[in-house]
Design a protein around this ligand. Structure first.
Ligand code: FAD
Ligand code: N01
Length: 531
């Protein structure tokens, strides 16, 4: 008999939570979503800044679970913009009537597991509590912003905006003197979109980025072709390293090319555009000299695009291997610096000293602005989970993960029964097309819950040994790569005090899926299930 209020509480109404709700409902479970925000969409509700769009092609960055949905939705562009992505998510919510089981503006604050009742007590910021046999955290990998430690931010006399919480009604920046702090993907997209409208734009750059052109375009014909074979197309994605098609499925090692062929290959990848550039060679993130060849090619492209040679050098990354920080996909970013109304402040030469009522002081210069925009990133992968007080007896997740996350398959953590994480740390997650990884996790978790129901088992938890082995595998595989050389959010390096460990599983979506499927076939090897 089910003594809990729900079979499952799902936290978060982004792509993950919505599909999890749909799936559990289809399987006859009673589930509810608790969502802190006022609307569905997650990432695509919150990140409404100018120029926001996906960097995985929309044909792939979309659900595959319902052929009817695939056929009825028409993506307009190769990389859809935020309004189109949010419209898609709203359409999905309406089509499957998901909103009736979502409680908006309800933030989960505490999760407490009761061994006797074998359920979680879920407390929320409205003071309410409810119980659930299972909790599924669909809280997002990039959903908790990092507030930059910059003195005086609250003292600024003009308007201040954050890319992760842009006003829904939009912002008129016409004729304004605007500063953008941060040159990751959010900063790049914002800078490119607003440069033509503002009186003057000053970009505060601490670390330059590698960006590959999007070559965004309308995709009517391409979409029709993919729609004619969508099941096969999706199946192909699931057995790739990144969960999406990349220009050439037959990528080779660098040494298999002669020098002319290397340039041809990089040129071909560059001309195709997008993140597949990082898959030019199988050893691009393994071998420093291979990596340098790929980085040098991009550096030359930047020199070609930016008219002022000295400025071009400031925009070229030199302090980390290419692809070890998340690469960006741009639509005319470097060309923006050829405009008369755009200037760059290189914070490595002129450190950011603070914000004043008039603007920003960097080095010895006081810059005056009407508007400040911060695009300073997220407490990635663990931030949203650690923001919740998750406890089982004396054990808390915050304590357990203080030296870095410890999970089995990125799906569960020992000591916290019946709690699942979708695209959690130590799964491919942010290194992949997230929709492929989200669907794989939701399907795997849902299959497991059906098995437990059939067997009358109520409790599941990873064995400590299985978890230890998985943590070692994820760390050891990351150490074989160049990723740990970058001070990136993949490493937790952007959050003061956060333990530096590589957060995602690096060996690929294809390998990971085989492991998860194998674990299930081996009667959920490494998990302990009890009645
Ligand atoms: P989210 O969309 O982050 O949703 C999580 C939800 O949980 C949020 O709505 C949040 O409010 C809610 N929540 C969190 N904590 C609580 C709590 N305690 N209580 C209640 N609710 C809570 N990935 C790609 O693969 N391709 C892309 O092109 C791409 N573009 C991106 C662009 C931007 C600007 C950003 C920030 C990320 C992008 N990503 C991209 C990653 C993106 O986060 C995922 O693709 C995907 O949208 C994640 O969906 P999700 O449902 O797992 O998490
Ligand atoms: O965040 P980021 P983001 N003073 O961490 C700088 C996804 N996404 O929101 O590199 C000065 O990448 C910081 O400098 P540094 C995607 O996965 C996708 O842009 O730490 N500068 C950096 O330049 C992405 O990777 C899209 O030296 C400070 C910037 O702020 C992830 O989300 C679009 C600072 C932060 O960059 C995060 O991207 C948007 C300080 N105190 C996001 N603190 C697509 O295109 C930080 N910075 C699909």
């Amino acid at each position: 008999m089910n003594m809990a209020d729900h079979d499952a509480v799902i936290i978060g109404a982004g792509f993950s939570g919505l599909y999890q709700l749909y799936k559990l409902r289809e399987l006859g479970f009673d589930a509810v979503i608790l969502e802190a925000g006022p609307e569905v969409g997650g990432t695509w509700y919150w990140n409404r800044y100018p120029g926001a769009r996906c960097d995985i092609e929309s044909i792939e960055y979309s659900y595959s679970f319902d052929p009817e949905l695939e056929q009825e939705w028409n993506w307009s562009e190769r990389y859809a913009a935020q309004p189109e992505l949010l419209a898609y998510i709203r359409h999905v919510s309406d089509k499957y009537d998901l909103r009736k089981d979502i409680e908006f503006q309800t933030r989960v604050t505490t999760l407490d597991f009761d061994d006797v009742a074998c359920h979680w007590t879920v407390r929320t910021d409205d003071g309410a509590s409810r119980t659930a046999r299972f909790v599924i955290a669909a809280t997002g990998c990039l959903s908790v912003p990092v507030q930059p430690e910059i003195e005086g931010v609250d003292d600024f006399g003009g308007d201040t905006y954050w890319t992760w919480d842009w006003p829904e009604e939009g912002v008129d920046l016409t004729d304004k003197r605007v500063a953008v702090v941060g040159t990751g993907s959010s900063g790049l997209q914002t800078i490119t979109a607003i440069a033509p409208d503002v009186a003057h734009l000053t970009v505060f750059q601490r670390t330059p980025v590698f960006a590959i052109p999007a070559f965004n375009h309308e995709i009517d014909e391409e979409l029709a072709e993919v729609k004619s074979r969508y099941p096969e197309f999706r199946a192909e994605s699931r057995v790739t390293r990144g969960g999406a098609h990349c220009a050439d499925p037959e990528a080779k090692f660098f040494d298999e090319y002669n020098p002319d062929e290397v340039v041809d290959e990089l040129s071909r990848r560059w001309a195709d555009g997008g993140l597949c550039y990082q898959q030019s060679f199988l050893d691009l993130v393994l071998d420093p000299s291979v990596n340098k060849a790929a980085a040098d090619f991009v550096a030359d492209q930047i020199r070609h695009k930016v008219n002022d040679p000295a400025l071009a050098e400031k925009l070229i990354p030199t302090t980390y291997p290419i692809a070890t920080k998340r690469m960006c996909v741009d639509t005319g970013y470097f060309e923006v610096y050829n405009r008369d109304n755009v200037s760059l402040v290189d914070l490595r030469e002129e450190p950011l000293k603070g914000v004043t009522p008039q603007g920003i002081i960097a080095g010895d210069t006081a810059h005056e602005f009407d508007v400040l925009i911060f695009a300073t990133g997220f407490d990635a992968m663990t931030g949203a989970l650690q923001a919740i007080d998750i406890r089982h007896g004396d054990l808390t997740l915050r304590d357990k993960w203080s030296e870095g996350p410890r999970t089995y398959l990125g799906l569960m953590s020992a000591g916290f029964p019946n709690l699942f994480t979708i695209t959690g740390p130590q799964s491919p997650s942010v290194l992949s097309n997230m929709l492929t990884s989200i669907e794989q996790h939701v399907d795997w978790i849902s299959d497991l819950l059906v098995v437990m129901r059939e067997r009358g088992q109520r409790r599941i938890e990873p064995e400590v040994q299985a978890e230890t082995t998985w943590v070692d595998i994820t760390n050891d595989t990351a150490d074989l790569t160049l990723f740990p050389q970058a001070a990136s959010w993949y490493m937790g390096a952007n959050v003061p005090g956060k333990r530096r460990v590589f957060l995602p599983f690096v060996a690929g979506v294809d390998v990971y899926k085989q492991i998860c499927d194998g674990v299930a076939v081996a009667d959920y090897h490494g998990f302990e299930m009890t009645a």
